[in-house]
Design a protein around this ligand. Structure first.
Ligand SMILES: [Zn+2]
Length: 348
């Protein structure tokens, strides 16, 4: 089998990724410490995804994973299968965007308050930025990984390369199916990313932030959960909040941020219930509202609110949209279970 890097170079030569894309990514143009962080995260994730077994992927058979960076003019992430590999390509601009959001949040006294690490000092900022960044990055890669293992990525055949793009222009037709796949990917990504943060390689980075405080008001597990909610909230709120109405809501390929975070939080509660029951009720809806409001305001000021989205979702057309989305998500989930059962039936 060809090396994954060679396959990617070949696809780039053919212009397969689109205008402005460039492989290998021009990592030498980046700050050397940022470049070395990107390379170490890539190595850790390739390792983690190669070691993952059928328990994580739910039994879905898939080719070996390869995570890599690509130069581009836009923040985006690509998932596709080609040449015997399941590829996850992350553009340099989305990495830079996640770093900038982490920087902005790490300097905000209101965020330090949420994380119980106030007052802000240089040593803290130095640890907090990479910690918030690593959680965002892990969540993004786990989300793309789920698109693969939940069979959202259509297999490519021959010259026909089918790429799943994370950030797309609004489509013209009804995209509710794609939206249900997105919340499915978010929900599952929460499980893998939280497991990594609490029990895997992500723990060390995050805990190092909390070692600096003199007196902790919240426990180590609560601290980890706090950093997770801030980082994933930041990932969604890095983009300007979507403006939605009864017609346009169905035409977007991704649900609005308020809906995605709602699914994320349901999944967080369910993960805690199974893995850390002592903190299941700590991140209650009221605390979550304070968290997400603070993150939005730290990134966008007064404009960083999804109040308009929430108001629409509470209207009759909003409630109908939510019901249809949930119905489709459950239908896709049952379809996946059938697929896995069939795959297991064959392998026995
Ligand atoms: Zn997605």
């Amino acid at each position: 089998m060809d090396r994954p890097e060679h396959i990617l170079s070949e696809l780039d030569r053919r212009g397969a990724f689109g205008v402005g894309y460039k492989y290998p990514a021009p990592l030498d143009d980046l700050d050397p410490s940022f470049k070395s962080l990107l390379l170490s995260l890539q190595k850790a994730l390739i390792e983690a995804l190669r070691q993952e077994n059928e328990n994580v992927s739910g039994g879905v058979i898939h080719p070996p994973f390869h995570v890599d960076y690509v130069g581009a003019d836009e923040p985006n992430a690509l998932a596709f299968e080609y040449g015997g590999f399941a590829f996850i390509l992350i553009t340099v601009p989305i990495m830079e965007m996640m770093w900038r959001t982490s920087e902005r949040l790490s300097h905000a006294p209101s965020v330090a308050g949420l994380l119980d690490v106030a007052p802000i000092e240089p040593a803290l900022i130095e640890r907090l930025i990479p910690a918030l960044f690593s959680v965002q990055f892990a969540f993004l890669v786990c989300h793309e990984y789920t698109h693969h293992i939940h069979c959202h990525v259509v297999k490519s055949s021959g010259e026909d390369l089918r790429i799943w793009r994370e950030i797309r222009e609004s489509a013209k037709g009804d995209e509710l199916d794609a939206q249900a796949q997105e919340v499915g990917a978010d929900t599952y990504a929460v499980y893998i990313a939280l497991t990594n943060l609490f029990k895997g390689s992500g723990r060390h980075n995050a805990i190092s932030v909390f070692e600096l405080r003199n007196k902790a008001l919240i426990s180590a597990d609560e601290s980890l959960l706090a950093i997770f909610v801030v980082a994933v909230g930041a990932f969604f709120y890095a983009f300007e909040p979507m403006i939605i109405d009864a017609a346009s809501i169905y035409e977007s390929t991704h649900p609005p941020e308020a809906v995605r975070m709602n699914y994320v939080m349901h999944s967080v509660t369910s993960w805690c219930n199974q893995n850390a029951p002592a903190i299941e009720t700590w991140m209650n809806p009221r605390r979550y509202q304070v968290f997400i409001g603070t993150v939005g305001e730290a990134l966008w000021g007064a404009a960083g609110t999804t109040a308009a989205q929430v108001a629409f979702l509470r209207s009759a057309p909003g409630a109908e949209y939510l019901a249809r989305l949930e119905e489709l998500r459950l239908k896709q989930f049952r379809g996946l279970e059938n697929l896995i059962a069939k795959a297991k039936g064959r392998s026995v």
